[in-house]
Design a protein. Structure first.
Length: 324
C-alpha cells in the first residue's frame, strides 16, 4: 500500500512494532484526554480562505533563532528511538539534516550525543535537557552538547514527576537488555541498576541523589543554566500567558508551547488552544513554537496563522522510523 499521509505510517507502526514499544510511544497520561484533544482541537479551527491571490511562487523557509530551515516543521524531542529502528536517533538526525530542519535530541536518547552529532555533521540540532538532582550530571550534559556543536538548549519544564501512563504500567514497560540510555550510562553504573521502567531516572525513589529528576526546579534555575552555557535557552512546556511572561522575564530566547504530547498532566489544554495567549503575552520578544497533535499540512498552517514560528512533531517521526 502506498504511504500517502501520516495516518498510514501510524497504522504501519502500530501493526509492526512490538506491542510494548507501540504502547509506550502512543501513551498519554491517565484517560488520555489531553493527548486526544491535541488532535481534535485542530479540527475545530477553520480557515477563512481568500481567493485570486498570486500563489505561483511559494517560499516556506523560515529561521529558528537566526538559522534558516527549509520548512517550518522540526522534530520534537522523544526518547528511546531504538525501539522503533536499530540506528535510533542517528537515523533521526540524518533525516533532519537531509530535510534541512531542526532536530531536538532528547536527554533520554538511546544513542550518545557524540553518535548523534557524528551521524549528521553540520545539521541543526538542539539538545533537550531534564535537570537532575545531581546537578553535575546535568551540567556535564549541557557542556557536552555545546562542545559538540548543538545550537540550542531546550529545557523541559513540565516533568517534575512522570504522568501515569497506564499501558506502560500494565505492560511492565522496560527497555530491551541491549538498549541503554546512552547519555546517562555513567549514572546508571553508579546506581548498579539497569534502565527498566521502574529504574528510569524518574522512578528511583531510593537513588534520587544520583539520577532522579529534580522536582524542586524553579524559574531561578534558568539563571543557573545561563551560567553554564552560551547556547540560547528555549523553554518547553509553557501553556499559559503567566508562565510565558515569566519566561521572557527570565531571559529565554524561545518558548515551545507543549503539554508533552498529553503524557504528563491529563486535563490540560490542547497546545493549539494555549498558543494564542502565549503569543499575545510575549508580544514578539521571543520566538514561539508549538508541538502536539500536528498531523497535516493544514495543521501547520493553522499554527503559523496563530503566531507560531515553527511546529515540532514527535510521534510521527517515530512512526517514520518504524517504516521499513
Amino acid at each position: 500500500m502506498a504511504m500517502v499521509c501520516l495516518s498510514d505510517f501510524e497504522a504501519y507502526a502500530k501493526k509492526y512494532l512490538p506491542k510494548m514499544a507501540w504502547d509506550f510511544f502512543a501513551a498519554g497520561a491517565d484517560d488520555c484526554s489531553t493527548r486526544d484533544e491535541n488532535i481534535l482541537a485542530y479540527k475545530r479551527i477553520c480557515f477563512r480562505p481568500r481567493m485570486l491571490r498570486d500563489v505561483s511562487r511559494m517560499d516556506i523557509r523560515t529561521k529558528l533563532l537566526g538559522t534558516e530551515i527549509s520548512f517550518p516543521v522540526g522534530i520534537a524531542p522523544t526518547g528511546f528511538h531504538q525501539l522503533a529502528w536499530p540506528d535510533g536517533e542517528k537515523s533521526t538526525a540524518r533525516a533532519a539534516k537531509a530535510m534541512n530542519t531542526c532536530y531536538i535530541a532528547s536527554t533520554y536518547s538511546t544513542c550518545t550525543l557524540e553518535e548523534i552529532s557524528a551521524a549528521a555533521p553540520g545539521g541543526l540540532r538542539w539538545f533537550q535537557l531534564y535537570i537532575h538532582r545531581n546537578r553535575a550530571l546535568s551540567q556535564h550534559l549541557v557542556q557536552r552538547a555545546e562542545a559538540l556543536g548543538f545550537q540550542g538548549l531546550v529545557l523541559t519544564a513540565d516533568l517534575p514527576y512522570t504522568g501515569k501512563r497506564r499501558d506502560d504500567v500494565r505492560n511492565g514497560f522496560r527497555l530491551p537488555p541491549h538498549m541503554k540510555l546512552k547519555n546517562l550510562e555513567e549514572a546508571f553504573e553508579v546506581c548498579k541498576m539497569s534502565p527498566s521502567f521502574h529504574s528510569l531516572p524518574w522512578h528511583l525513589p531510593h537513588e534520587t541523589k544520583t539520577t532522579g529528576l529534580d522536582p524542586s526546579v524553579t524559574w531561578n534555575d534558568i539563571y543557573w543554566l545561563r551560567s553554564l552555557t552560551h547556547l540560547p535557552i528555549i523553554i518547553k512546556g509553557i501553556l499559559t500567558k503567566e508562565d510565558a511572561e515569566l519566561a521572557v522575564r527570565h531571559g529565554v530566547q524561545g518558548i515551545v508551547v507543549s503539554n508533552h504530547g498529553g503524557r504528563q498532566l491529563d486535563g490540560g489544554p490542547a497546545t493549539i488552544d494555549a498558543l494564542v495567549e502565549v503569543v499575545e503575552a510575549v508580544q514578539g520578544r521571543v520566538e514561539v513554537y508549538v508541538d502536539g497533535g500536528i498531523r497535516k499540512g493544514s495543521d501547520v498552517l493553522k499554527a503559523l496563522a496563530l503566531g507560531a514560528k515553527c511546529v515540532f512533531i514527535g510521534r510521527p517521526a517515530l512512526w517514520g522510523l518504524a517504516y521499513k
